[in-house]
Write a protein that binds this ligand. Structure first.
Ligand code: ADP
Ligand code: MG
Length: 370
């Protein structure tokens, strides 16, 4: 006997700078979801944060498929609330949800908190781990405390910059030139620059502050190799698994926005050519980092490997790209897990997590009332 497919909400678009990538990720996940197991309910969110109904979301995807810009349109009738009754009831009817909004509002715990409040099972990390991974300043503190190598850095608040810009530039120069300046909560390399001399500092810092109220200034790893590792949760409480490693090669100064999405010369190599010792080391550190932030479901750990073979964990992504050109699904594909099975597993993990949380809550309530 075959059972009815369950309803899988796929949330995409959103108010982040990675809107277009999110649309592409959703197209890939929707295209791969096993239709015998899942009936996909698309839930598109416009750049202004308005949720479209499933019907309008589907029309938006159809239009994009036929060549319209990769952009969720704003709702035709202006609404004062970001989410209509119709979109809310479609969301509440879902058996599970796959949040695929990258960056702020989607990957930083905000959407996860909303889904928790609605008691919906969802893919990926919970509120805490999502918020930590998105905030590079907080994340680096936690990672370094766990003994994970991260490039030396300072965090600068907007207030420090406003009151003492000279002092900030002086403090940054102690890291040595060149250094990297980046918004603490960003993505897709937006607002990031490499500063080669004191003269370039102010402009780079102002650019990063245009994206966030806190920034990082980080020692530059010279001519690094960019290596990525996927981590995937396991059902029944088993340890998470790590993927083979992937490498990104760019001809640009660093892996900036253009290199990521526009430059046809950027190469994704999976699996990467690395000796076994480095491979194991990077995979172990990925697992360590997963535990350090309390990740669930999936994480892509991005490393910089120096010319001397020294490794540095650059950042953790709790909603990695799922586009047809993205590294996370590709790394599992090369290890024998096609995207449709990866999606299945991620969704089942979200369902399992909700059941486990309910059990813990029931136990805690029982204990509290004894
Ligand atoms: N400390 C560093 N040394 C060398 N390159 C860096 C450093 N920090 C960032 N980069 C370059 O900038 C890119 C984007 O930085 P990252 O911290 O991953 O931000 P994002 O979240 O925007 O991807 C990296 O992939 C790398 O090419
Ligand atoms: Mg990055």
């Amino acid at each position: 006997m075959t059972s009815e497919p369950r309803r899988l909400g796929v949330i995409f678009g959103g108010a982040s700078v990675e809107h277009t990538i999110s649309v592409r990720s959703a197209q890939a996940v929707i295209g791969a979801a096993d239709t015998e197991r899942w009936r996909v309910i698309p839930l598109a969110v416009s750049r202004s944060g308005h949720w479209l109904t499933p019907e309008h979301s589907r029309s938006a995807l159809d239009a994009i498929q036929s060549g319209a810009p990769e952009e969720v349109p704003e709702p035709m009738i202006a609404s004062s609330t970001p989410i209509s009754h119709e979109a809310t009831s479609a969301l509440l009817d879902c058996d599970a949800v796959f949040p695929l909004i990258h960056g702020t509002t989607g990957e930083d715990g905000v959407l996860q908190g909303f889904l928790e409040t609605l008691d919906l099972p969802y893919v990926g990390s919970g509120v805490g781990a999502s918020a930590i991974a998105m905030d590079k300043a907080r994340c680096k503190q936690i990672l370094s405390q766990a003994g994970i190598p991260v490039a030396p850095w300072i965090a600068v608040a907007c207030e420090d910059w406003r009151t003492d810009p000279t002092g900030v530039v002086r403090q940054a120069s102690q890291l040595g030139y060149p250094y990297f300046v980046k918004p603490s909560r960003g993505g897709s390399s937006i607002g990031i620059s490499r500063v080669n001399s004191r003269e370039e500092a102010a402009e780079a810092i102002a650019m990063a502050f245009a994206c966030d109220s806190e920034i990082l200034i980080e020692e530059a790893i010279p001519t690094p190799r960019e290596i990525e590792c996927g981590v995937l949760g396991s059902l029944d409480g088993d340890s998470p698994i790590v993927s083979p490693l992937g490498e990104i090669r760019t001809k640009r100064d660093f892996y900036d926005y253009t290199a990521k999405y526009e430059d046809p010369q950027t190469e994704l190599i999976a699996p990467a050519e690395l000796d076994q010792e480095t491979t194991l080391q990077l995979q172990n550190v990925s697992l360590q980092a997963w535990r350090a932030i309390g990740a669930e479901g999936m994480v892509r750990a991005d490393f910089l490997v120096g010319p001397d073979g020294q490794i540095w964990l650059g950042e953790l992504n709790t909603i990695p790209g799922f586009t047809s050109a993205s590294m996370y699904p590709r790394l599992f594909e090369v290890s024998g897990l096609p995207l449709s099975q990866l999606v299945d597993r991620l969704v089942e993990l979200g369902i399992e997590r909700r059941l486990a949380r309910r059990r813990f809550r029931a136990q805690a309530d029982g204990g509290a009332h004894q």
